[in-house]
Every structure is written in structure tokens, then in C-alpha cells.
Design a protein around this ligand. Structure first.
Ligand code: IVH
Length: 683
């Protein structure tokens, strides 16, 4: 790969990692590795100015925008910070500031860098009116309802000397303790775990159900005040004011006059931060005077008046004994390093993840290598490097990648553009069927709560069921099983003796399996576990193809016609129904009475009244929630979009529609419709 190709590769990689981090909440690499790749790209772009590209990850902040929320434009762009890992670069920053301010005296405000997800809160006359995520820095997701559930964020300020309009920005965090409890609960329910409190916090903030958000006990620290009429010139002083107004501001802030003081602050908190209830990953240094900040200005991505010093991740050196391969529920095959046990950041590490074949290759891993392990973004630690100087005659073979599934022997596949190897045998590879059954019974799918995942696993292990149909055969049998006696006579259970599974459990199993017959079609579609068909996609498909025969008969083109369905999903649906074994499962489920079509009720609520229309929702509503309006728009064939443009059909406006939106609507001549008028339209 030459340097030009390397630039292309790095850009693609960084885009992918941004997506994993901000959208999937599941990073593959540590922040440090990410920063390292970014640094390499920056250097290469400097050396090749002809390759400049405004879309390069070096020019833009990563985006957390999702389609689940209304998007709003930030009044002030939400930038990120330049990162550094060395004291030398802190000194360089200090010198740059000094030079930029032409010898003027200045102070640096030092604060913790909280490791959560950033938020911008707008207050009007002391009332919280909007909470928006960073998004792509220009526009973010409106998560106001969710943020309102966070206890330490004031909804209404008491009287005080705050401006009538201001923004305050900060970090939403999940305290370590809450994070650990949440993961324990998720583990018990066999749900996927959050890698770290930051992912848990941002995942929580993007939940659709605010009540669930409230349960998760988020915390928040605020660290940046913006507005036209702020009380002080000093950033520190403004934050002290904000503290008086009722905001939660870090206790560990300090104004420093010299580089020496700054470095002492960093040193102190590098150890002391381990006693804080929330995660931190560095120190932020900001020029205190806002006048001086203005003089220094911004680059495309970050202010010149601030920098983040990131703490070094702890790492350990140990020997790689062997590599084993794990097959996940979705068929992804993950290589796992088996290590000589070693102590790292409080725990003994024996295993580390190596992610995929690309990572093995880029590390040039050999059996017997001395490798560095770090606790990065993930639950299990990872190998971050090889100490090649320690290789000797005893070092073993280069690590390759297996060709066949270690669980079922199927030949592995690798989809184009994806790093992972998959086992394609989703119909009979044990961990995959087990995963499918667990998914099927889970709360958001068929909600068969009388049978916990452990019980279902046990059934599977004992060979009592071989797929989801088995649950119906065992507990319902197309209606033949009405009571416990029927159950016993149709199942040879006396001989199976499942521990603790007696009359009461059988009754519960029967009840919840029976109740699942009422689960609506769109959730049945989700429950089938078609790859890439999540909850939202299942809904889209159900509305576009109101019964399963229509869906099964759909061609690639038919599927691609549906807004929100791309090639990956479309091909996956085609693949699913092309497999006779899947069709058989669908038929068996249908024969047991599962909902395989949209209900009359849902169908009768649908219309084409808004077909082809792009509708923006803005403001606060009285009769329905914003989400309800969103789904009404969809039910009537319309599309809810985030921002006003020439293509917008109309704006559904409640109270307090933002002034900039109003102006834009007027400028473009877009019609504004209120709640009553809208409801009449779709009546
Ligand atoms: S100030 C223009 N202060 O770090 C400067 N950011 O990498 C705005 N962060 O997006 C940011 N602690 O989410 C600032 N004390 C702090 C911070 C902080 C954490 C986050 C923030 C920002 C990211 C930048």
C-alpha cells in the first residue's frame, strides 16, 4: 500500500470506527488506537495536500445522528477537542497559546475530561426547552424527553442572574456502580453487555422509551456555557455562576497560571480520578478568558484555545499461548487469544479478543509472541501490539484464520466490505440456533416470559427442541395442549426430568406461549431473526408487505422500493425466504396460529393521505406526543424528516417552534400546519 492508498484506507477505517462508536455504541478499538490512526491520517494529509477532502474524518467530528429522533440544528456548532497523550504536546499547546495571544497574560482552566456522551441544553427564561446530542456537530438528535428524566439536570431554574437564553453543554454519564448493576442484569437476561459506561450512557440516551431512561439513573456534569449575554468573561467564573443557578459542575476545576501548575494538575488527577464515581479519560485545558478564546479561534474541527490530554491506558506484557475461535449468536466468528495470566488494572487477564482476520494480520501475530494487552473500550481486554524484539527460536507459527466453523464445520464466509468471518449455517449451527431461540422469546420479540433463556437453553441442549417451532410443539401443539395433563400426555417428560420444571412452570410456559399468538405481525417478523432485520426494519417491512406471503414473494426490486431498506437488508430477506428450512419454520408457526399479517385494526388505520410527503415536526404538542405524530405520519404514507428544505411538504408545528425554523419556513414558503389541522387532514 502506498501513502495515497493508505490515506484512503485510513479514511474508510476511521469512518467505520466512528460508526461503531457513535451509532452502534460498540467500539472495536480503544480510543487510543483510534487517535493513533487519526494522527497517522493527519500526518499523511499534511504531506499530501493534493489529497485534501472536506469529508475526511480529520475535518469532521464523528456523528451520533440516528433516524429515531428529530434532528435539530445547533445554534453554535458542537466541536470536538484536539487530543494529546504527551506532556510535551501540552507544553507545545501552552506555547502556541502564548504566541497567539502575543505575550498577553493568560490563565488555563483545567478540568476533568468526562467520558460519557455530550449534550447541549438550551434554557429559555430558566426553563429547559431543548436537549440535543452532538450529532455531526452541525445538527444533533433531539433527546429532550429523555434528558428530562435525568435527576441532576434542572428543568426549571430558580430566580437568578442567568441570561434569558443560553446553552450549557456537558457530558451525560452512567456512574460506574449503575453501569455494573445494569450489565449484571443484562447478563442474567442474556442480553448483550455494554462495553463501558460511555456506551451505556449513549445507548440509554437514545432509547425510545423515556421511562426506561429514567430507570437507568444517568448522571451529568456540565462544562461549557454559551450565549450572547453571559455574566462573565472568564469560563471558570461562568461555570461557578452556573453552579449557583443549580447545575452540576465538577468540583475538580482549577485555574492555572503556569505550565508547571497545569502539569501538576494532570499528575494529581491521573491517580485521583480512580476514586471518582464516573469515568474520566483525561484532562481538558481551556484558555479561561472568552475574549482570548475568540482571539485564538477555531480550526474546522476544534478550538485553538483548548486541548484534551488523555490518560495512558494501562497495559501489560504477556505470552500468547494459542488462539481459539468463538461463534456468536449471529454467526460471527471471533478469534480469542489465550494468554499467560497477567495482572492488569485490578484484574487477572487470561483471554483477550483479537476481533478479526484483519487485526491478526496487521499485528503479524505468532503463537508464543510476547503481546501487549490493554483494557480498551471493551469488556474483554485486547491485544494492542507485539513485542517483536522478544521473538526467538521458540516462537511458533504465524496465526492464520480458520476456514471452517468450529461448532458445526460449515465453510466460513466473509461478506464483501466486512471484516468479520461468518458461519453461514444459521439453520443448524448450535450457538446460532440457540441465539435465534433466545431472540425469539425475548421481550421485544415474542415476549415468552414464562420460559427464561436458561430454560430454553436447557431444552435445546437436551434435544427437546431444535428450533423455535419446538416451543409451540411442546406447549401448544396447534391447540391440542389445553392443560397440564395434555402436556404430559403429548410430551415424554416423565423421562426427561428437567430440574425444577414442574406443573407450575409448565402452566406458565403454556400461558406465555399461548399469549404469543396475539403478538402483532411486525414483531413476529422481528422475532424470526432475519439477519439485519431489527425492530424498526421489521415495522417498515410489515407495513410495506402487510402479510408474510407478500414479503416472501417480494423481489429484490420490490424490497428496495421501500424507504429505509437498502441492499444489505433486502438481500438478507431474499436469502432468508429462499431457504426452504426457513419457509418450513414460517409455515409451522402459521399453523400454530401466529400472526402472519397486519391486523385489521392496523390496516384500517392506514391510508395514503400523506403519500409522497416529507413532513417536519417542530415544537411542543398538546394532543399527541411527538413520537405518536411520527407514527401517524408513517401510517398515512408520509415521511418524517429532520430539517426544512425546498422539498418539505409542510411543517407540523406545535407551540414554541424555534425562531430559526420559522424564518427558514417563511423564506422557503413552506406551509405550517397546526395539530388540529393535521389531525383533520388524516381523519
Ligand atoms: S469542552 C469546544 N470540556 O470531550 C470545546 N469537553 O473530545 C467543547 N468532554 O465533545 C468541549 N469533558 O464530549 C469539554 N471538561 C470538558 C469535557 C469535554 C469531556 C468531551 C466532550 C467533547 C469531547 C471532545
Amino acid at each position: 500500500m502506498n501513502e495515497i492508498e493508505r490515506i484512503g484506507w485510513l479514511r474508510a477505517e476511521l469512518h467505520r470506527h466512528n460508526h461503531n462508536y457513535y451509532i452502534n455504541n460498540a467500539p472495536e478499538i480503544s480510543d487510543q488506537e483510534f487517535d493513533h490512526l487519526m494522527r497517522e491520517l493527519q500526518d499523511l494529509e499534511t504531506a499530501h495536500p493534493e489529497m485534501a477532502d472536506p469529508n475526511s474524518p480529520t475535518m469532521r467530528v464523528g456523528s451520533d445522528l440516528s433516524n429515531e429522533f428529530r434532528q435539530v440544528e445547533h445554534r453554535y456548532p458542537m466541536l470536538s477537542l484536539a487530543n494529546t497523550y504527551s506532556e510535551q504536546e501540552v507544553a507545545d499547546f501552552y506555547d502556541r497559546v502564548k504566541k497567539g495571544l502575543e505575550g498577553e497574560d493568560f490563565e488555563i482552566c483545567c478540568e476533568m475530561k468526562y467520558d460519557g456522551t455530550s449534550i447541549s441544553l438550551t434554557y429559555e427564561d430558566g426553563r429547559l426547552i431543548q436537549a440535543v446530542t452532538r450529532g455531526d456537530g452541525v445538527r444533533g438528535d433531539d433527546v429532550t424527553e429523555n434528558v428530562k428524566t435525568i435527576r441532576c439536570i434542572p428543568l426549571q431554574l430558580a430566580d437568578g442572574d442567568y441570561p434569558s437564553l443560553f446553552e450549557i453543554r456537558g457530558e451525560i454519564l452512567m456512574p460506574w456502580k449503575v453501569f455494573e448493576e445494569l450489565n449484571q442484569e443484562r447478563e442474567a437476561r442474556e442480553e448483550s453487555l455494554f462495553a463501558n459506561p460511555r456506551n451505556a450512557a449513549s445507548g440509554t440516551l437514545k432509547l425510545q422509551n423515556s421511562r426506561e431512561v429514567a430507570h437507568r439513573k444517568l448522571d451529568s456534569y456540565l462544562y461549557y456555557l454559551l450565549g450572547e449575554e453571559l455574566p462573565c468573561d472568564g469560563h471558570y467564573e461562568n461555570l461557578e455562576k452556573a453552579r449557583q443557578w443549580g447545575f452540576k459542575i465538577s468540583e475538580g476545576m482549577k485555574k492555572c497560571k503556569t505550565l508547571q501548575e497545569v502539569l501538576e494538575f494532570i499528575k494529581y488527577w491521573d491517580t485521583e480520578r480512580k476514586n471518582l464515581p464516573v469515568a474520566t479519560d483525561g484532562i481538558v485545558l481551556k484558555v479561561n478568558s472568552r475574549r482570548q478564546q475568540r482571539n485564538l479561534g477555531f480550526t474546522a474541527k476544534s478550538p485553538r484555545w483548548a486541548i484534551a490530554y488523555k490518560f495512558q491506558a494501562e497495559r501489560a506484557l504477556t505470552r500468547l499461548e494459542k488462539v481459539t475461535y468463538q461463534v456468536g449468536r449471529t454467526g460471527v466468528v471471533t478469534p480469542v487469544a489465550n494468554l499467560d495470566p497477567v495482572q492488569l488494572a485490578g484484574t487477572v487477564v487470561k483471554r483477550a479478543s483479537i476481533h478479526n482476520a484483519d487485526v491478526i494480520a496487521s499485528l503479524d501475530l505468532h503463537i508464543g509472541d510476547m503481546v501487549y494487552v490493554e483494557k480498551g473500550g471493551e469488556i474483554i481486554p485486547k491485544i494492542t501490539g507485539v513485542e517483536t524484539s522478544m521473538r526467538n527460536e521458540q516462537t511458533g507459527d504465524k496465526v492464520g484464520f480458520i476456514e471452517f466453523c468450529p461448532e458445526c464445520g460449515a465453510k466460513l464466509v466473509r461478506f464483501e466490505g466486512e471484516a468479520a468471518h461468518y458461519c453461514p449455517n444459521d439453520v443448524s449451527c448450535p450457538p446460532q440456533i440457540k441465539g435465534k431461540i433466545e431472540h425469539f422469546v425475548s421481550r421485544k420479540a415474542m415476549n415468552i416470559d414464562g420460559l427464561g433463556p436458561e430454560t430454553v437453553d436447557l431444552f435445546f441442549q437436551r434435544g427437546l427442541i431444535k428450533n423455535v417451532v419446538g416451543l409451540y410443539d411442546m406447549f401448544y401443539s396447534r391447540g391440542e395442549i389445553q392443560n397440564v395433563e395434555d402436556f404430559y400426555s403429548l410430551n415424554l417428560w416423565e423421562f426427561q426430568n428437567i430440574p425444577g420444571f414442574k406443573d407450575k412452570s409448565i402452566k406458565r410456559g403454556m400461558e406465555s406461549v399461548r399469549a404469543s399468538l396475539q403478538v402483532p405481525y411486525e414483531r413476529v417478523l422481528f422475532a424470526l431473526g432475519i439477519r439485519f432485520v431489527g425492530e424498526t426494519t421489521a415495522k417498515l417491512l410489515a407495513h410495506a408487505f402487510p402479510n408474510i406471503d407478500l414479503l416472501a414473494a417480494a423481489t429484490l426490486d420490490d424490497l428496495l422500493q421501500v424507504d429505509g431498506i437498502g441492499t444489505v437488508i433486502a438481500e438478507s430477506v431474499i436469502r432468508y425466504f429462499a431457504d426452504p428450512r426457513n419457509r418450513e419454520i414460517v409455515e409451522e408457526l402459521r399453523a400454530n396460529g401466529l400472526q402472519m399479517a397486519l391486523s385489521e385494526e392496523v390496516l384500517s388505520e392506514r391510508s395514503d393521505k400523506l403519500k409522497g410527503m416529507s413532513i417536519v415536526i417542530s415544537g411542543v404538542f398538546m394532543k399527541h406526543s411527538r413520537d405518536e405524530y411520527k407514527s401517524l405520519i408513517e401510517k398515512h404514507g408520509g415521511k418524517n424528516v429532520g430539517s426544512i428544505s425546498g422539498k418539505t411538504s409542510f411543517i407540523l408545528a406545535g407551540d414554541n417552534m424555534g425562531p430559526s425554523k420559522l424564518e427558514k419556513a417563511q423564506k422557503l414558503g413552506v406551509q405550517i400546519i397546526n395539530e388540529e389541522e393535521f389531525l383533520k387532514m388524516i381523519e
